[in-house]
Design a protein around this ligand. Sequence first.
Ligand code: IMP
Length: 192
Amino acid sequence: MKKLIFATNNAHKLEEVGAIIGTSLQLVTLREAGITEDIPENEPTIEGNALAKARYVWEKTGCDCFADDTDLEVDALGGAPGVHSARYATDGHDFEANRIKLLRELEGKSDRKARFRTVVALIIEGKEYCFEGIVEGEITTREIGEGGFGYDCLFRPEGYERTFAELAPEEKNAISHRGRAVAKLAKWLKNQ
Ligand code: IMP
């Protein structure tokens, strides 16, 4: 079976993405590919970060691979947290601190429009391809729901009464930023 390195060690993401890619390809994590160090994510855009991560893996392994990068863009905050979504409140990936900061920044604001955006960068035989997925929605005024991760319990997708944290994983996958970007990737791979 053909192998494809997915530049992540996040079990949650691997599960989401594996469900969309299906079983015709074997997804290999960074750890399984022998990459144990943190890959730098210092680019000013998520496109830049996704490409930088994929190029790092390609240069290190010479194997076909892909990487993703996601941000949350809130209109009333001029697009913040944006490319800094993971490190919004602190230097670490502190999901709870990030949510508390986001709610504080939006206090008293009636415009709660926001979107999640994912870019997947794929490198196949040295050639680079990018796929984008976007989901529009709004930021709630408090945390609602138990599932998911990150900002899920604060994000209500357009046309839904529930937040991402209240949706079943398949429901989230079908409409989410990452789900949409990975569906484009899966379609592209299938047509090769
Ligand atoms: P990453 O590029 O996928 O690591 O995403 C950056 C940050 O965006 C993460 O640290 C999370 O806080 C947030 N994030 C990414 N994807 C999701 C999601 O599906 N739900 C909620 N938050 C997410």
